[in-house]
Every structure is written in structure tokens, then in C-alpha cells.
Design a protein around this ligand. Structure first.
Ligand code: AMP
Ligand code: FE
Ligand code: FE
Ligand code: ZN
Length: 280
């Protein structure tokens, strides 16, 4: 039995609907999947329903954008209550940040004489957590760029004219928020950040796990983070980080995490929710 614990849908910057994602998961023989859209839980309900119909276990999840020591980090949350009021209030704040950032990016494009409208980006994104990939797609759809890569290279990458930084919560705040909502917190794709020095601070803040297996990790990178997991007593997770068809071929099916890791993660979340036993 295998799982994929890192997947996106059109509720953030993926292209699949929840139903398409689940049918792909079935095609690849996955027993359990987690939905981890950026800064939202909007797609969880529909994905859970589609999973139920397909006989696949659904793990509620999200990928929170955070930072530590000036580095952007992504914190994955799993097995939390998707209706937790504080979690919903917090993600709504960061969704507003993302929406305002789209307006700012479009204003900068307009200053650079690129005639894109914010409305066209919002219409294309059609979700609460829009981001740079939606701006890139809107630029391509309007014939203003030939490819998504061109859009990032010319306008959207850091230090390009339409790049706007995002206001982010700290990694410790993201971890605390996931714990508050009854979940387990995991550092996403550490191999993409290559900032291992932030790990001890996150462990201190209560980090539960680390994503050792990821499409962009080489075997050596996965082994490196398995060692770090062991050293810090962190749980091991993995996922494809599939964004559907938006980045070439779909990645779902490329990471097959042994199911035992899902069971351990669920147990950790349950233990965090359990009242502390007081001895008489
Ligand atoms: P945002 O959260 O709005 O800053 O957008 C980040 C997303 O943009 C990530 O999910 C990346 O996959 C995607 N992205 C970042 N840089 C590039 C790039 N150079 N080409 C294509 N996609 C990118
Ligand atoms: Fe993404
Ligand atoms: Fe990420
Ligand atoms: Zn992701």
C-alpha cells in the first residue's frame, strides 16, 4: 500500500479538479492521498468525497507559506480539522495577501507596458489562493508571453519587474497553527531550500516530520533527509508535489510512500490532540 502526501488542485496552482486528481490517484494504485493546496483547505471537502467514492483514504492537508531567517519555507499540515475557526481565519488573511499581491503584480506589469488585467487573472485562477503561476498562465492566455517559463523569466521571478514578495507567517507560527487545529506539521521539500540550518529551530517549535521523498529530491538528497529525520526524531513523509498538467507531465505516481508513514503521521496527530495524562 502506497500514498502520495503532496498534491495540488485548481484550488491553488494545480490544474486538476479534485475529481480528476482522485481518478489519477486510482490509476496509479494509490491507497491514500493528501491534498496540500497552498494556503487553503478549500478543496478538501470535494476531494474527500471523491476519495470516498473511489475507495481511497483521504488525508486533509495544506501547504502553508512561511519563513524563517528570511528564507521562504513551506510547512505541510496533515490530519487537522479543516473547519477549525482559527485556522480558517488565518488562511483567509493570507489569501487576502495573495489577492492583493496579484493586483500589485498586475500594476507593475502595466507600468512595464504589459496590458494584463487583474480581473483576467482572478477569472483564470477562480480560487481564494491565487499566485504567480496564475499570472503566468494569464500572460500566456492573453498572448503576452509564449510560455509559462518566459513569463517567469521575464516578469515574475525574484528581481524581475513584476515580482512582489509575499507577507508570510513565521515557520513557528505555521507549526503552532497546525497543532492548534489538531494536526501534524511537516517541513516540505527541504532539498529545494537547502537551508538545513533552519531545521533545529523548527524542531524546537514542534515540527513533527520532514518530507524526505519528493520529485525534485535525488536519491542522495532523500538519503540525506532520512538521516536528518533520524537524528532529530522526525517522522518521514513524501509526495510528488503534482500540480496537474501545469508543469509538463503530471507527477502523480512518481512518489510512492509506503503506507506505514501515513499511519505514523496519523498517530502523531492523534497524540497531539489527546489530553495529557496526569498521574494521580
Ligand atoms: P507564489 O506562491 O505565488 O510565489 O508562486 C510560487 C509557485 O510558482 C510555486 O508553486 C512554483 O512552483 C511556481 N514557480 C516558481 N518559480 C517558477 C519558475 N521559474 N517557473 C515556473 N514556475 C515557477
Ligand atoms: Fe505550487
Ligand atoms: Fe512547496
Ligand atoms: Zn506544493
Amino acid at each position: 500500500m502506497f500514498a502520495d502526501l503532496h498534491l495540488h488542485t485548481q484550488f491553488s496552482d494545480g490544474t486538476y479538479s479534485p475529481e480528476e486528481l482522485v481518478s489519477q490517484a486510482r490509476l496509479h494504485g494509490l491507497s491514500a492521498i493528501a491534498l496540500t493546496d497552498h494556503d487553503t483547505v478549500e478543496g478538501c471537502e470535494r476531494t474527500a468525497r471523491a476519495c470516498e467514492a473511489a475507495g481511497i483514504e483521504f488525508v486533509p492537508g495544506t501547504e502553508l507559506t512561511a519563513e524563517q531567517d528570511g528564507n521562504e519555507l513551506h510547512i505541510l499540515g496533515y490530519f487537522f480539522d479543516i473547519e477549525n475557526p482559527r485556522l480558517l481565519t488565518e488562511v483567509a488573511k493570507f489569501q487576502a495577501v495573495r489577492q492583493n499581491r496579484i493586483r500589485e503584480m498586475v500594476a507593475r506589469l502595466n507600468q512595464a507596458h504589459v496590458p494584463l488585467s487583474a480581473e483576467s487573472v482572478f477569472a483564470l485562477a477562480n480560487c481564494r489562493a491565487p499566485g504567480r503561476p496564475h499570472v503566468a498562465r494569464a500572460l500566456v492566455a492573453a498572448g503576452l508571453c509564449a510560455t509559462l517559463d518566459e513569463a517567469f523569466e521575464r516578469f515574475l521571478k525574484k528581481n524581475r519587474p513584476a515580482f512582489v514578495p509575499k507577507f508570510k507567517m513565521s515557520a513557528a507560527q505555521a507549526i503552532e497553527l497546525i497543532h492548534h487545529a489538531g494536526g501534524a506539521a511537516v517541513m516540505a521539500h527541504p532539498g529545494l531550500n537547502r537551508t538545513d540550518e533552519v531545521i533545529p529551530g523548527m524542531v524546537e517549535a514542534g515540527l513533527d516530520g520532514i518530507e524526505c521523498f519528493h520529485t525534485k529530491h535525488s536519491t542522495a538528497t532523500s538519503e540525506h533527509y532520512l538521516e536528518i529525520a533520524e537524528r532529530f526524531g522526525l517522522l518521514v513523509t513524501g509526495g510528488s508535489d503534482c500540480h496537474g498538467l501545469s508543469k509538463g507531465k503530471p507527477l502523480i505516481g512518481s512518489i510512492k510512500l509506503p503506507y506505514q508513514h501515513v499511519a505514523r503521521l496519523r498517530l502523531r496527530a492523534e497524540q497531539r490532540r489527546a489530553p495529557i495524562a496526569v498521574s494521580p
